[in-house]
Design a protein around this ligand. Structure first.
Ligand code: PGA
Length: 251
């Protein structure tokens, strides 16, 4: 009866790497990807999509963008459309990362518009949510994440075109993580929120990633949690052996 959710390990390179490094990193990921028991995704800076894509070609590792503009084309200097990312070989795009929410003032409504654009272009979205430390300390983490999910997920989102990543802001790049119990509780809560907004079936099938200081040393216990379906990895995705070791923790 239950369709098993295929785990996904996604590397978010953020604003790191020039062409030579990006090519070498993608090549090393491709070389180690065979036999890994989960889906792999690499999201390089947009200017490296083609070089990383060439290195990943034939490996089964998917390529993704880190952001997109809601519109298909037009006078938006410096922005990239979802169609452009798809044309460059992307199958996924991250939207609503907390660094974009913070650095660029992105609202839930804008994140939702970006997710809709991604779906229009045939991309799968990785929609990021997560509370700040102040919000967690105030006991508001559940409410904040619920609000972000309700505000950022398109009404017609499905488990096939949408992945949600829970990334507590205070855990990103800090070496700190919530306890496994806290992660599991949040992911269970997220599934309940999706069940309320999109129905029980989508909630059962949708993949919920954990992100924030995932490393080879903590991946096993995090990836073993019932409602965790993979990881969104920042820093550790810049070292192929670490990224692959994290993927190796996902059966
Ligand atoms: P980190 O970043 O793994 O370096 O903490 C995670 C993310 O921002 O996706």
């Amino acid at each position: 009866m239950a369709t098993k959710r295929v785990m996904l390990v996604a590397g978010n390179w953020k604003m790191n790497g020039l062409a030579a490094e990006g090519h070498a990193l993608a090549q090393a990921v491709a070389a180690g990807a065979e036999g890994v028991g989960c889906e792999l995704l690499v999201c390089p800076p947009a200017v490296l999509l083609s070089t990383a894509g060439a290195a990943l070609s034939g490996s089964g590792v998917a390529l993704g963008g880190q952001d997109c503009h809601p519109e298909e084309s037009g006078a938006h200097t410096g922005d990239l459309s979802a169609e452009m990312l798809a044309d460059a070989g992307s199958r996924f795009v991250i939207v609503g990362h907390s660094e974009r929410r913070a650095d660029h003032g992105e609202s839930d409504a804008l994140v939702r518009a970006k997710a809709l654009a991604a779906h229009r272009a045939g991309l799968t979205t990785v929609i990021c949510v997560g509370e700040t430390e102040v919000e967690r300390d105030a006991g508001r983490a559940d409410a904040v994440v619920a609000g972000q999910i309700k505000g950022s997920l398109p009404e017609k989102a499905t488990a096939a075109d949408t992945v949600i990543a829970y990334e507590p802001v205070w855990a990103i790049g800090t070496g700190r993580t919530p306890t496994p119990d806290e992660v599991q509780a949040m992911h269970r809560h997220m599934r309940a929120i999706v069940s309320g907004s999109h129905g029980a079936e989508i909630a059962r099938q949708i993949r919920l990633l954990y992100g924030g200081s995932v490393k080879p040393g903590n991946a096993s216990e995090l990836m073993a949690l019932e409602d965790v379906d993979g990881a969104l990895v920042g820093g550790a995705s810049l070292v192929a052996a670490d990224f692959l070791a994290i993927a190796g923790c996902c059966a």
